[in-house]
Design a protein around this ligand. Structure first.
Ligand code: ATP
Ligand code: MG
Length: 423
C-alpha cells in the first residue's frame, strides 16, 4: 500500500516539475527567439533607411563595383557573399531593376517568394539551404510603383536556436529524472512516520482483539451456565434478554475473529498451511451441505469440473466459500444460487452467482471495504467484514476477486486463483 502511495507521489511530483520546467523553458525559448528576430528586423530597417536614401535620389545606390558583378538581362546585380544584408528593387510587374546580392541567384526567386506578403511585414522564408528574413517596402510614387525587398540570412540564428532547444530538452530530461529520484526518496522519508503510526494502529487492533477474546468467551460461557441453571429459573422476559445477550456476544465474537484475522493478514502474520487440496471435492461437499440449509424458494446449481487440485490453506479456502455462499443466501429471496469451478491453463476460476437483490453501482466499489454494508441491508445481521476477509484470503493465495452486479437482478463474485506448486 505504501509503495503504491510512494509511486503515486513520485509520479505526481515529477509531472508537476516537468510541467513547470516545460512552461519556464518554453517561455524562455520564445522570449529569446522573439528578441533575436526583433533585433534582426531592426537591423534590416536600419539598412533600409540607408539604402533608401540613395535609391530615392538616383534610383541606384552608390557602390563600389568589383569583379563579382554580374550583368543579367542588361540589369545589374552585384554579388558579394560576405555582405550581411542584401536588397533588390523590382518594378510593379516584378521585373528586377537592380540589387545587391549575397546569395547567388536569389534574385530569380525572391520576388516570387514575397508575392503575397504585405509591405512592411517581416517574413522568414526557406531558400535552398538558407533561412532568410525578408521585408518588402513600397517605394514613393515617383518610382512608378517600384518596390524593394531587403533581407539577411537568419540561418545561423536558427541553428543557434535549434542548439538551445536541444540543450533545453536534455535539461528537461535530466531534471525530470533527478526530480523523480529525489521525490521518490523524499516521499519515502515523509512516509516513515505515517508507516509507524499505521503499524502501531494495526498492532493495537490486533492486541485489543486478542485481549478481548478471552473475557468474551468467559462471558458467553457464563450466559450458557445461567441459561441451563434449573434452580434459578428466569422469567419469560429474563429468558428473552438472555437469548439477546447470547446473540450479541456471538456477533462480537465473530467481529473479533474477523478483526484478528485481518490484523494478522495486514502484518503478514497469517499462519496458513500449504497443502494439496482436492478442490473439486471440497467445493462439492461444502456446496452440497450448504444446499440443505437453503429455503425451498432458492435452487442451487452446481457446475464443478472434476479433479481440480490446488495448493493452499484448506481452512482459508473453506472460509472463503462460506463467506460467499452465506452472502448469496442472505441477500437472495428466491431464484437460484450457482457455484461453478473450472480450471484453465494455470488458473482456477470459482464463481458464486445469485439472483438476489443485487448491489447498486454506487455501493459496488466499496463492498470489499472493511465494515462496509449497504445501508438498506443493515437490518440483515453481519459484521461487514466477510468480503474483506474473502479478499484477504484470495490475495494471500496470490489470486484476484472481483464482483459484478445489477441492482435488483443479482450478484456475481468471480475468483481466480493461480495454481501454485508445493515447495
Ligand atoms: P459479514 O461480515 O457477517 O459477512 P456482511 O455480509 O454484511 O457481514 P460482507 O460479507 O463483507 O458483510 O458484505 C458487505 C456488503 O456487501 C453486505 O452488507 C451487502 O450489502 C453487500 N453484499 C455482499 N454480498 C452480496 C450479495 N451476494 N448480494 C447483494 N449484496 C451483497
Ligand atoms: Mg457477509
Amino acid at each position: 500500500m505504501f509503495r503504491k502511495i510512494q509511486r503515486k507521489l513520485t509520479i505526481q511530483y515529477a509531472f508537476f516539475f516537468l510541467l513547470f520546467v516545460l512552461l519556464l523553458l518554453a517561455t524562455l525559448y520564445i522570449s529569446i527567439s522573439t528578441i533575436m528576430q526583433q533585433q534582426q528586423v531592426q537591423e534590416l530597417q536600419l539598412f533600409f533607411g540607408k539604402e533608401r536614401y540613395h535609391i530615392e535620389k538616383d534610383d541606384e545606390p552608390q557602390r563600389e563595383h568589383n569583379k563579382d558583378d554580374k550583368i543579367i538581362d542588361g540589369r545589374k546585380i552585384e554579388y558579394d557573399a560576405n555582405r550581411a544584408n542584401f536588397y533588390y528593387v523590382f518594378t510593379k510587374n516584378n521585373e528586377l531593376v537592380h540589387g545587391d546580392e549575397s546569395f547567388y541567384g536569389l534574385y530569380k526567386d525572391v520576388a516570387h517568394l514575397m508575392l503575397d506578403v504585405k509591405a512592411g511585414d517581416p517574413q522568414t522564408v526557406e531558400w535552398k539551404d538558407e533561412d532568410l528574413l525578408l521585408i518588402k517596402y513600397q517605394l514613393p510614387i515617383s518610382h512608378n510603383g517600384n518596390y524593394m525587398i531587403i533581407g539577411q540570412s537568419v540561418t545561423k540564428m536558427h541553428h543557434l536556436l535549434e542548439r538551445v532547444m536541444y540543450a533545453f530538452i536534455i535539461l528537461i530530461v535530466i531534471g525530470t529524472l533527478c526530480i523523480a529520484f529525489l521525490s521518490h526518496y523524499l516521499a519515502g522519508k515523509a512516509m516513515v512516520p505515517i508507516k509507524k503510526t499505521f503499524e502501531r494502529q494495526r498492532k493495537f487492533v490486533s492486541d485489543a482483539s486478542h485481549e478481548l477474546r478471552t473475557p468474551l468467551s468467559v462471558f458467553y460461557s457464563s450466559l450458557e451456565v445461567l441459561e441451563n441453571d434449573d434452580e434459578n429459573r428466569f422469567s419469560a422476559f429474563g429468558q428473552e434478554v438472555l437469548i439477546d445477550l447470547k446473540k450479541e456476544t456471538q456477533h462480537m465474537e465473530a467481529l473479533l475473529e474477523g478483526l484478528l484475522f485481518l490484523a494478522r493478514f495486514d502484518q503478514n502474520k497469517l499462519t496458513t498451511t500449504k497443502e494439496n487440496i482436492a478442490l473439486s471435492e471440497l467445493v462439492n461437499n461444502i456446496t452440497k451441505a450448504f444446499e440443505r440449509t437453503l429455503p425451498d424458494s432458492i435452487q442451487l446449481k452446481i457446475q464443478i469440473d472434476n479433479n481440480i487440485h490446488f495448493v493452499g490453506d484448506e481452512t482459508s479456502i473453506r472460509e472463503l466459500l462460506y463467506i460467499l455462499l452465506e452472502n448469496a443466501a442472505k441477500f437472495t429471496e428466491k431464484g437460484f444460487i450457482s457455484v461453478s469451478l473450472t480450471s484453465m491453463n494455470n488458473y482456477i476460476k470459482l464463481i458464486v452467482e445469485d439472483t438476489g437483490i443485487g448491489i447498486t453501482q454506487h455501493d459496488l466499489p466499496h463492498v470489499f471495504d472493511r465494515f462496509y454494508q449497504v445501508t438498506k441491508n443493515r437490518q440483515k445481521k453481519g459484521t461487514g467484514l466477510g468480503l474483506s476477509i474473502a479478499q484477504a484470503i484470495v490475495s494471500h493465495h496470490q489470486g484476484h476477486i472481483s464482483v459484478e452486479s445489477e441492482f435488483g437482478q443479482g450478484t456475481k463474485f468471480i475468483i481466480s486463483l493461480p495454481i501454485l506448486k508445493k515447495d
